[in-house]
Write a protein that binds this ligand. Structure first.
Ligand SMILES: C[S@@+](CC[C@H](N)C(=O)[O-])C[C@H]1O[C@@H](n2cnc3c(N)ncnc32)[C@H](O)[C@@H]1O
Length: 376
C-alpha cells in the first residue's frame, strides 16, 4: 500500500524527469482520473492508500504520457477514441456474423420447401432475441449467445424439417392485435376470423350490455377479443375439449379479459342462459373426405376435433341454426364463419330456422366466409 500523497509526489517527479511543464498539475490530473475524484478533492484524501491496481493504472498512464510526450488531456482523448474504435469494430463483427447466420437459416428453410422463408426465419430470430421483427437487423450488433444460437437452430429445424407450424414453435399468435398462447391442443386462430370478430363488434355497437355466446372457443381468440373490444359485454365461451379450455383460460388471464367465462359444453348442452344478444361460432367445418387432402402440417399438428365435422362439414351449422333460436333474444344475432363453399347452404339453413336479414360476407381472398343473420 502506498499513500496518495506519495503517489502524487512520485508522479510529479516522474513527469519532471521527462521535462513536462506543470508536472504537479499533470500528476494531480492523472491520479484524480484513476481514482475517479475531482482534482481539487484529492487534497481531502491525502492519507488514502492506493491499491496495487490503482498504482499500476497511474504508472501506465504516466508511461503513456512520457512515451508520447503528450500531456494528460491528449492521452485521455487518445485512449477514449481507441475504446470507441474497438467497440465499433466489435459491433460490426457481430453484425456480420449474425447476418450470416440469418441468411443461412433462410436458405435452409427455403431448401426445405417452406413458403416465405425470410419472414419465418425473421420471426424465429426476433422471438429468441426478444426483439421486434421490423427492427431485428438494426439490433444485430449484439452478440448472439451460444444458448440463443442453439435455440434458433432447434426452431429452424422444427420448421424446415418437421414442418411444424411457426405459431406452435413460437407458442403464440397475434389475433386482432392481442397476443394468444397457442399449442397443439388448439387450432391456430386465422386472419379470416378477425373479420368475423369485426362484424360481431359492429352488430353489438348499439347494444348496451351485450350477452354473447361463443361456441367452440379453441384458443379463446373470438371470446377474449370480444371481451376486450366490448368491455361492457359478458361473454360465455364453450368447448367440448378440456385441453382447449385450458388454453383459452390462459389466454383470458394473459389478456385480462375479466368479462369472459369459459365452460365445458357439447354445443348448447351446459348452457343455461336463454337471452343472448349474439351467438358466434367458428365451428369445425371440414368434411372428412377433404381432411385427407389438407396440408401435411395442418393434419400432423392441428387437433382433428377442431377441424372436421360430420354431415359433409355441416353438422354444427345445422345443429346451431336449429337450436340458436332458443338461446337468443328476439332480434339477437347469429354469426358463423364457414368453409370456402358452404356459405349459401348455411344461409338457407338459417332462413329455414326463422333467421332474417341473413347476409354473406367475403374475406380478403374474396371467399364467402361469414354468414350473419338475426332472429325474428
Ligand atoms: C375451428 S375451431 C375454432 C377455434 C376458435 N374459435 C377460432 O376461431 O380460432 C373449433 C372448436 O370447436 C370445438 N368443438 C368441437 N366439437 C365441439 C362440440 N361438440 N361442442 C363444443 N365445441 C366443440 C373444438 O374443440 C375447437 O376448439
Amino acid at each position: 500500500m502506498e499513500k496518495l500523497i506519495n503517489i502524487l509526489k512520485f508522479s510529479e517527479e516522474y513527469l519532471k524527469k521527462y521535462s513536462f511543464s506543470k508536472p504537479r498539475l499533470q500528476a494531480e490530473k492523472v491520479v484524480a482520473h484513476v481514482l475517479k475524484l475531482d482534482r481539487i478533492s484529492l487534497y481531502a484524501y491525502f492519507d488514502r492508500d492506493l491499491s496495487e491496481e490503482e498504482k499500476v493504472q497511474v504508472k501506465n498512464f504516466l508511461k503513456e504520457m512520457a512515451r508520447n510526450r503528450k500531456d494528460f488531456e491528449e492521452i485521455l482523448e487518445k485512449l477514449e477514441n481507441k475504446n470507441i474504435h474497438d467497440i465499433v469494430t466489435e459491433k460490426e463483427n457481430h453484425r456480420k456474423e449474425n447476418l450470416q447466420i440469418l441468411s443461412q437459416s433462410i436458405e435452409y428453410i427455403e431448401n426445405n420447401g417452406i413458403e416465405n422463408p425470410k419472414l419465418e426465419a425473421e420471426y424465429i430470430f426476433s422471438h429468441v432475441l426478444k426483439t421486434n421483427r421490423l427492427t431485428l437487423t438494426l439490433d444485430f450488433t449484439r452478440k448472439i449467445t451460444e444458448e440463443e444460437k442453439k435455440l434458433i437452430k432447434e426452431m429452424i429445424i422444427k420448421r424446415a424439417k418437421d414442418k411444424k407450424p411457426l405459431q406452435y414453435i413460437l407458442g403464440e399468435e397475434e389475433f386482432f392485435g392481442y397476443k394468444f398462447k397457442v399449442d397443439e391442443r388448439v387450432l391456430i386462430p386465422r386472419p379470416e376470423t378477425e373479420l368475423l370478430v369485426e362484424q360481431c363488434i359492429k352488430e353489438m355497437s348499439e347494444v348496451k350490455t351485450p350477452f354473447i355466446l361463443d361456441i367452440g372457443v379453441g384458443s379463446g381468440a373470438i371470446s377474449v377479443t370480444l371481451g376486450k373490444e366490448i368491455p361492457e359485454a359478458k361473454v360465455l365461451g364453450v368447448d367440448i375439449s378440456e385441453e382447449a379450455l385450458d388454453v383459452a383460460n390462459n389466454n383470458k388471464e394473459l389478456n385480462q379479459a375479466k368479462n369472459v367465462k369459459f365452460i365445458k359444453s357439447n354445443v348448447f348442452q351446459n348452457v343455461n342462459y336463454k337471452a343472448f344478444d349474439m351467438i358466434v361460432s367458428n365451428p369445425p367445418y371440414i368434411p372428412e373426405r377433404e381432411y385427407r387432402d389438407l396440408m401435411q402440417e395442418v393434419k400432423k399438428y392441428e387437433p382433428k376435433l377442431a377441424l372436421t365435422a360430420e354431415d359433409e362439414g355441416f353438422y354444427f351449422y345445422k345443429l346451431i341454426s336449429r337450436e340458436a333460436g332458443n338461446y337468443l333474444k328476439s332480434g339477437g344475432v347469429l354469426a358463423f364463419e364457414v368453409g370456402h363453399d358452404q356459405a349459401q347452404k348455411v344461409k338457407d339453413m338459417m332462413e329455414e330456422n326463422k333467421f332474417e336479414n341473413v347476409v354473406i360476407m367475403r374475406d380478403y381472398h374474396q371467399i364467402e366466409r361469414i354468414v350473419i343473420g338475426k332472429k325474428k
